[in-house]
Design a protein around this ligand. Structure first.
Ligand code: ADP
Length: 253
């Protein structure tokens, strides 16, 4: 990316980020990554590549060993309170409270972020509508279908109006129909101005949604570009071949 890009236009600015776990595993070996405000950015890589570790350091769940990460200019370690407000995380594992209703789940989340009652009310109604959950607002988590739970987790991540939404493997293990439905929702969110970082090992998903893709493997970013740029760089015809050539691994389904 050009050095003329101003800092404030960067949703994410990661420099020389390294993470070595206590076990000695070097999960991140010096990541440099910049995501511009408004982008739909994909992190594509096989299991064990370091995708979750990177997300955990960005969201303050894990401390980096060295290097830095800033969200809209705020350092995720030094200014973690501000950085955290910018980010909405939809984790890979659905971690809903089964006993709370859809509405309570959204309301409690907003409470953690200090949203006022009136604003919460409006936001809940808005998100229930966007994610087609209005009819289910009084249902407890345990009674929702798989698809509804997924939509719920994304809606919750958006409750405090984060500028930067992180979707960690949002469609892992979901059927094709639901995958397409989720794509429709997240595309809309991005069109409305939210920057999105998506991690996936599904080629089709990265191709369908992302305007910029970073291929990651063994704790390193191998290449960043549009689908067309990546194909050109690896002199191949499909993104699947890019993945294969870059990671040496077959695409997982
Ligand atoms: P991905 O999300 O791309 O599948 P991860 O970030 O989960 O990759 O893992 C990257 C590497 O770090 C893997 O070798 C994994 O086994 C290791 N790892 C992940 N979490 C931990 C942890 N808490 N402690 C030790 N090693 C870990």
């Amino acid at each position: 990316m050009s050095s003329t890009v101003k800092n404030e236009t960067l949703a994410l600015d990661v420099k020389g980020l390294k993470k070595t776990y206590d076990s000695g595993t070097k999960a991140l070996k010096g990541i440099d990554l910049q995501i511009k405000s408004g982008q739909f950015f994909g992190l594509l890589g096989p299991n064990g590549a370091g995708k979750s570790t990177l997300i955990h350091t960005i969201t303050g769940l894990s401390m980096p060993t060295s290097g830095s990460a800033k969200v809209f200019g705020s350092d995720v370690v030094g200014d973690y309170k501000t950085a955290r407000m910018y980010v909405g995380l939809s984790p890979q594992d659905i971690n809903l409270d089964w006993f709370l209703t859809v509405e309570q789940t959204l309301d409690f989340h907003a409470g953690y972020y200090g949203m006022r009652k009136k604003e919460r009310r409006q936001r809940i109604d808005e998100l229930l509508k966007v994610f087609s959950l209005t009819d289910k607002k009084d249902s407890r988590g345990m009674f929702l279908s798989g698809g509804m739970k997924r939509r719920m987790v994304i809606a919750r991540a958006l409750m405090h109006k984060p500028e930067f939404l992180i979707l960690d493997e949002p469609t892992a293990g979901v059927d094709v129909e639901l995958r397409r439905e989720l794509w429709k929702y997240v595309k809309k969110i991005n069109e409305q101005g939210t920057t999105i970082l998506l991690t996936t090992h599904y080629i089709e998903e990265a191709e369908e949604l992302c305007d910029q893709i970073a291929v990651i493997n063994a704790g390193k970013i191998l290449k960043i570009g549009t689908v067309a740029e990546l194909k050109k760089a690896y002199k191949v015809k499909t993104l699947e071949d890019v993945y294969l050539k870059a990671t040496g691994k077959k695409v997982q389904s």
